[in-house]
Design a protein around this ligand. Structure first.
Ligand code: AAT
Length: 292
């Protein structure tokens, strides 16, 4: 069916489409929030698709989940209370669980169907839910954060989908203000922040909102995820004032955390060099994101 115009019509990346050969469709369903599809691909293992957008594949999920979890958690000493927004597949929980200092891992995912489908088809990710420190809340992140106690969290990780559909409000100022409020002084946010090849304006908007909402540091990092549009994805790292955070130098290096690189499953992608390198930006991105 490739070649039909509708495949090039996603407003997040008009005029382009990435394709993977489908060996077998394993699940197709619809929740109140989105269409959920799982298929076996020829070259990337199983693939989770929400509303026609690839969320993860067996082969390259490590790059995204490891980076979005360890960039913030390795930037602060001894994180204890962590909140995940979205992330219903469980992969980010699996990565946070490598940190023995962490005592509580809360997760707020809007769509129970995503959780159930991932438990059936992605056991290597949904294993994250089995950690006894995990507390699952099914509901909207905006509502959850509105009711969160002030200064509760050491780190908040926003592993959310693109801002069309249920994640729309998750790129707006009130949401970032609520996150800043819920973090303790010196606490950190790591937010999925799209592609520097495709979404300059969206990233610029998020950066300027975050520079207002967070009085500490605000940085952009990125990594390679071959099955995401344009093959890269970025992260916005922000810290609340109080204690200074230098995101570019992991103060809590994963290599020194007992058992963290194995923990039942070898770490595949993240290490301290990848952490530091993630903040290096191409010249065009430095200019457009006003980091020079
Ligand atoms: N780790 C896989 C990558 C994801 S999943 C994003 C999750 O965010 C989905 O399970 C979705 O149901 C959830 N979500 C969306 N909106 C909300 C909300 N308002 N509250 C709570 N959870 C929400 C992200 C992949 C990024 C792809 C980039 N192109």
């Amino acid at each position: 069916k490739a070649g039909k115009v509708q495949y090039y019509n996603n407003p997040m990346w008009p005029g382009e489409a990435h394709s993977l050969k489908v060996e077998k469709v394993l699940y197709q369903g619809k929740s109140p929030y989105q269409e959920v599809l799982v298929f076996e691909s020829a070259t990337y293992g199983k693939v989770l698709v929400l509303d026609g957008i690839v969320q993860l594949t067996d082969k390259d999920e490590c790059a995204y989940q490891e980076m979005i979890a360890h960039l913030p958690l390795c930037s602060i000493p001894s994180p204890k209370t962590v909140l995940v927004i979205g992330g219903g597949d469980g992969g980010v929980l699996r990565e946070i669980a490598r940190h023995k200092s962490v005592e509580v891992i809360e997760i707020c995912e809007i769509d129970k169907l995503v959780i159930d489908v991932c438990k059936e088809f992605f056991p290597d990710l949904s294993i994250g839910f089995d950690d006894p420190r995990v507390r699952l809340h099914v509901g909207d992140a905006v509502e959850y954060l509105r009711n969160a106690p002030e200064g509760k969290y050491d780190a908040i990780i926003v592993d959310s989908s693109d801002p069309i559909g249920p994640a729309q409000e998750l790129v707006e100022k009130p949401f970032f203000d609520m996150i800043a409020r819920a973090l303790r002084p010196g606490g950190v946010l790591c937010n999925q922040a799209e592609s520097m090849w495709l979404h300059t304006h969206l990233i610029q908007d998020m950066l300027s909102i975050c520079r207002e909402s967070f009085k500490g540091s605000v940085r952009y990092a990125w990594t390679s995820v071959p099955t995401y549009p344009s093959g890269v994805i970025g992260f916005l790292l922000c810290s609340k004032d109080g204690l200074p955070v230098d995101f570019t130098n992991p103060i809590n290096p994963i290599e020194k955390l007992e058992g963290a690189t194995s923990a039942g499953r070898e770490i595949k992608f993240y290490n301290s060099e990848m952490h530091k390198a993630a903040f290096a930006l191409p010249t065009f991105a430095k200019r457009e994101l006003a980091t020079v």
